[in-house]
Each structure stands twice: as structure tokens, then as C-alpha cells.
Design a protein around this ligand. Structure first.
Ligand code: HEM
Length: 335
């Protein structure tokens, strides 16, 4: 019985390894002692206990292939271990702190400041702020971003957070669906970012009001303080440029990941994967602040992206220079 089990194991092992050899060299094992480029010790005869030591010592192991895919000749790429350690360690840990840290900051801010209300209350008169195309672009970008965030977070953290709760079967099915969602929803997000840039870049060039806004922290921490501002204040410009530049980096690196090895080698793939994860996590935490202030955090703000109309008192408190320009009134402080 034991012999039969051993023979079965031997057959399974040989079946498991043969195709890889065959693919690489047409039947012969691809790596010989002489082809290991450190030349420090022969591969033949290593035992399990010194495998780890050998792998650490190796600068890489490369053989020869006759198929039209030179990547297949690389059997060991030690940088891969550094890359995996970086992703699983510092990137994911720091990213979790960043995102959770922002959630905590927003909760503390809400508890201390409460909802920022319109000082003079609703006037009952409205001003057009965003047209249909603006709002379509915003919600295209926002809804695709939310799907990308949820599906992306599942890729990074799902196995730690969801798998223990819903079990392997449900987690496998869900992850597969979310992975497809992530791949396909990337396109509308990229389109949205490009449209946002084209539509709003003109309002997001820094101007003199931005310094004052930043110096007063936008009046966010003190009731009744309203620094002057055109259509977008400095805080919104930070959000805008974060979405545009962060979105561009995430999009370009995402294209590398969507089409592996079309645009670069394994080093480029690894670099792009790190950039994708790092900038996605940074952008998530920034956008969390935006979502808060655009909904729960500030009275009257959401209407701008819902109906496209904002209350005049809200507009005068937060964007007084813009209101004056729209209504043809004297501009406060003369631009
Ligand atoms: C899902 C919840 C969201 C809500 C409730 C929300 C709400 C808003 C509101 C009310 C505005 C207009 C502010 C104004 O009148 O000046 C706005 C603008 C903007 N939104 Fe969102 N938004 C959301 C998600 C997102 C997402 C996910 C992104 C990008 C990934 C985004 C990017 C922008 C940008 C770039 C602007 C213009 C700059 C700014 O006002 O900060 N939004 N949003």
C-alpha cells in the first residue's frame, strides 16, 4: 500500500513537472548547474534545507528556450521576492493605515465641527453651477471609481477580511466577478478622468485667492469664516489635481497590468504594480475626504452635483468671487 502510494506520488510529481521542462526546452530540464549565473554552487544535489539558502544567494537563474517567449527562460527572479514582500508588507499595511486614518480623521472632524451649515440659511434662490455634461462626467468618474475601489480593495485585503467571513467558495466566486468588474470598469473611469480634465482644468489653475484660502484652512475649522474664492477653491483644486494626476498614474500603470508584457518586461510589470497600488490607496484616502465634504459634511454642497443648482447663500459664502462674476456684480477684492 505504502509502495503504491509512493509510486502514485512519483507519477504525480513527474506529471506536474514534465510539461514545464518540455515547454522550456523541448523535454530536457531547462536549468543545468552551469546555467545558474552565480556559479557559486551546483544545483544538482541540493536538499530542502539548503534550497532557501541557495535561493537567497542566487542573483537569478536563466536557461535557454527555443519557443518565441524569452521570458520563459527565466526560472528564478530574486527581485520578485522583494516585490512580493513590498506589496504584502509595507504597501498594504501603510495603505490600510492611510485609508483607516482618513476615516478616523473625518469622524473626529465631524464630531468636533459638526455639519458645516449655511450661515445665512437657504435663500430660496438658486444659481446654476454644473450643467448636465459636468454632472454626467462627475458621476461617471465617481461611480466607476467606487466599483474600482471595492474590487481593488478585495484584491488587496479580501483574503484577510472577507474570506474568513464568507468562506472559500463564496469568496472565489465574488473575487472572480469583482476582478472582471475591475478590468472592465477601468475604461469608463479613464474616460471620466479625461473628460473632467478637459471640462474643468480652466477653473483649476492656481490664483491669488488660493493662498488666502489655504492660510485660513478654507474656514473649515471656524464658523462664519469664508475666504474668497472663484468657482473652485484651493481645497477643490487639490482634489481635482489629485484625481487627474493620481488617476493618470493609476490608469497608465493599470494598462500595463491589463496587458501584461505588452509594454515592458517583468521589472516594469512589478514597478507598475507597486505604483498602481500605492497611488490607488493614496487617492482613495483623498477622495474619502471629498465624498464627506460633498455630502454629509457641508449643507447645500450635494445639490451642485445632484440638480446642478446651488442655493445663492451657499454660493456667496463659499464662492463669492464666482457669484459676482456670474451675476455681473463688482468682484470682491478685484482679481
Ligand atoms: C460618491 C460620492 C461623491 C459625492 C457625494 C461627490 C460630491 C461632489 C460635489 C457636491 C461636487 C461639487 C462641489 C462644488 O459644488 O463645488 C463634487 C465635485 C468634484 N468631484 Fe465629487 N463626489 C463624489 C465622488 C467623487 C469621486 C469618486 C471622484 C473622483 C474619483 C470625485 C471627483 C470630483 C471632482 C474632481 C470634483 C471637482 C472638484 C471639487 O469640487 O472638489 N467625486 N463632488
Amino acid at each position: 500500500m505504502a509502495v503504491a502510494a509512493l509510486m502514485l506520488a512519483a507519477v504525480l510529481i513527474s506529471v506536474g513537472t514534465t510539461p514545464a521542462y518540455a515547454q522550456a526546452t523541448g523535454g530536457a530540464p531547462p536549468v543545468s548547474a552551469g546555467s545558474i549565473n552565480t556559479g557559486e554552487r551546483p544545483l544538482a544535489g541540493i536538499t530542502d534545507s539548503n534550497d532557501a539558502e541557495l535561493l537567497r544567494a542566487l542573483k537569478g537563474a536563466q536557461g535557454q528556450v527555443t519557443i518565441q517567449d524569452e521570458k520563459a527562460a527565466v526560472l528564478i527572479q530574486p527581485q520578485g521576492r522583494d516585490w512580493r514582500a513590498a506589496i504584502k508588507g509595507p504597501v498594504r499595511v501603510a495603505g490600510a493605515w492611510l485609508v483607516l486614518g482618513m476615516v478616523v480623521v473625518l469622524i473626529v472632524f465631524f464630531l468636533m465641527r459638526g455639519r458645516i451649515t449655511i450661515d445665512k440659511g437657504f435663500s430660496g434662490r438658486t444659481i446654476a453651477r454644473f450643467n448636465g455634461l459636468d454632472r454626467f462626467t462627475h458621476w461617471l468618474t465617481a461611480s466607476s471609481f467606487v466599483i474600482l475601489v471595492l474590487s481593488g480593495l478585495n484584491i488587496s485585503y479580501g483574503r484577510y477580511l472577507l474570506l474568513p467571513i464568507i468562506g472559500p467558495d463564496a469568496f472565489t466566486g465574488l473575487s472572480l466577478a469583482l476582478k472582471y468588474a475591475h478590468n472592465f470598469v477601468a475604461l469608463p473611469f479613464m474616460v471620466g478622468v479625461v473628460m473632467m480634465f478637459v471640462l474643468w482644468v480652466g477653473h483649476n489653475i492656481p490664483n491669488k485667492y488660493d493662498f488666502q484660502w489655504l492660510a485660513m484652512a478654507g474656514g473649515l475649522f471656524s464658523k462664519g469664516a469664508h475666504p474668497p474664492s472663484k468657482k473652485f477653491n484651493a481645497g477643490q483644486k487639490i482634489i481635482f489635481w489629485s484625481v487627474i494626476l493620481g488617476g493618470a498614474i493609476i490608469s497608465v500603470s493599470g494598462i500595463f497590468l491589463l496587458f501584461p508584457f505588452y509594454f515592458g518586461d517583468i521589472h516594469d510589470q512589478q514597478l507598475m504594480q507597486i505604483l498602481h497600488a500605492v497611488f490607488a490607496l493614496i487617492l482613495i484616502s483623498i477622495v474619502l475626504a471629498h465624498v464627506y465634504i460633498g455630502s454629509l459634511g457641508m449643507e447645500g454642497a450635494f445639490d451642485a452635483m445632484y440638480t446642478g443648482e446651488v442655493d445663492e447663500n451657499w454660493a456667496r459664502e463659499h464662492h463669492n468671487v464666482w457669484v459676482a462674476q456670474v451675476k455681473g456684480e463688482p468682484v470682491p477684492g478685484h482679481d
